[in-house]
Design a protein around this ligand. Sequence first.
Ligand SMILES: *Cc1c(COP(=O)(O)O)cnc(C)c1O
Length: 380
Amino acid sequence: MEFDTKLIHGGISEDEFTGATSIPIYMASTFHQKKIGESKYEYSRSGNPTREAVERLIADLEGGTAGFAFASGSAAINTVFSLFSAGDHFIVGNDVYGGTFRLIDAVLKRFGMTFTIVDTRDLEAVKHAITPQTKAIYLETPTNPLLRVTDIAAVADIAKQYHVLSIIDNTFASPYVQRPLELGVDIVLHSASKYLGGHSDVIAGLVVTKDPDLGQKIGYLQNAIGGILAPQESWLLQRGMKTLSLRMRAHLKNAQAIFEYLNNQPMVSKIYYPGDPENPDYAVAKKQMHGFGAMISFELQPGLDPKAFVEQLRVITLAESLGALESLIEVPAIMTHGAIPRDIRLQNGIKDELIRLSVGVEDQVDLLADLARGFHYLAD
Ligand SMILES: *Cc1c(COP(=O)(O)O)cnc(C)c1O
């Protein structure tokens, strides 16, 4: 089945008992066992038909054998790290999501895990950081907010060579744009609160793996830790996912148009977009991504006020988060990345003048006019 067809007919697209073409929301905590040990579902933490529908759907979309749904992306990430133990070492990408960094720094370190932060685009640096205690390489691509792109297949190869797991947070791309399991990665996870849900109305996390052994272990932990996605949210998420391709095509088209507009705007000094042929990561992006995603970051000329710019917009919404139908804009230095001390933030390349834009699916005429309004205001 092709990807677009899988979105519609993958997972469990029809109710087994009634034939309903929309999977029902099974609001049940427990299930009648006609014979002990023979029932398909026992208790909704361990398994629920509505949750199973979204879990099987993400497994189909990413090309995995098992999918798992959690109450948030963060719960998904924490459950994946629960595969490991005190004393284990990890290589982590240098601009992972702030909440992931917080989980590592404030929680997992207390449990005796150790971490080396590396720019995972530098494959030699990744190899160099591996120790006998290393258990996994964990990264995001494209990253937030500078949209840096790591060669997924190359990192998966290194992981295999050194017998460690490779784990990728695929939130910024979505499985429409890239499918890391197909490139040899062991575990893929998502904040489904972004492109997969797509409508800014659900917080959810998903994990997929191809290896049945690993799937069995993650399923065990999902039940043991209990951070599951509830039936209503599971339904809402799979409903949103069905239009992923339709939405992504519109997102990608608008992003390309906005990139071209910004590229000709003299008040913009630098653009971060994997689809920019001048971007150092362009060749890798072209090789592994289907389209370049719909996130664009850009810097205003020094001295121009990014806060004044974003506050001037009327169509593009000033808000954190991404991957929504509506275009969302923010200033990382004082919003999403405001908790990072300024010197460290600057060291990581996140300047005060940086603006991050999650391009939505509005008509591009209105989006371009809105950006023009912001630049016009700055010019006055
Ligand atoms: C939002 C986000 C998360 C966290 O997901 P929640 O659903 O908010 O818990 C993790 N990784 C990335 C890349 C994100 O953008």
